[in-house]
Design a binder for this molecule. Sequence first.
Ligand SMILES: CC(C)(COP(=O)(O)OP(=O)(O)OC[C@H]1O[C@@H](n2cnc3c(N)ncnc32)[C@H](O)[C@@H]1OP(=O)(O)O)[C@@H](O)C(=O)NCCC(=O)NCCS
Length: 175
Amino acid sequence: MSAQAHPKLALRPMLPADVPLLAEIFRAGIEELTGEDYDEAQREAWSAEAEDQEQFGARLAGELTLVATRSGAPIGFAALAGNKRIDMLYVHPAAAGQEAGAMLCDALEKLAAARGSKELTVEASDTARGFFERRGFCAQSRNTVSLRGEWLANTTMVKRLEAAPGGAASTRSAP
Ligand SMILES: CC(C)(COP(=O)(O)OP(=O)(O)OC[C@H]1O[C@@H](n2cnc3c(N)ncnc32)[C@H](O)[C@@H]1OP(=O)(O)O)[C@@H](O)C(=O)NCCC(=O)NCCS
């Protein structure tokens, strides 16, 4: 599994002090990884969601947010909303393709199942759709979202979760 392939990759709950770095991972991930699917104006509108760091931090703190680190430094993050929807999943471009995304998604799937959710949804960007397909998410509908006057397409995808052994939540949540 990924932890063996990349021994220095680790996960931990988000801390308030992480917010500026996570906002930068969000911005850089959109800017550098999604250019084949979204034009510059769309990418700017999307990454502006983290411009107000107080608001961005409050959104992350209101969800179950995990941070992926390499040698202690944040390289990606993922946020679970209501135990059943992946609200965010972003990896820094310099660390893309090294299994941080898979590790984060795996953890959210396990947490959602442990908390009794039978399925997990995500509004996947066109860039990330293949990533989620590989993990067993199925496309349900195409959407267009309006952000600061720009229209961005995404796909609602759903994965059935296997019931967690023991049923009830056994993992702690982010602060
Ligand atoms: C999508 C994203 C989170 C993937 O993170 P990552 O750390 O690069 O992905 P991983 O290295 O864990 O990839 C796991 C597997 O999925 C594959 N994969 C990764 N991105 C993929 C993609 N866009 N399409 C198809 N397969 C993909 C990898 O090749 C790897 O396959 P393997 O297990 O056979 O080696 C990252 O590219 C990203 O931040 N993208 C920009 C922001 C974005 O669109 N986020 C999603 C919002 S819903």
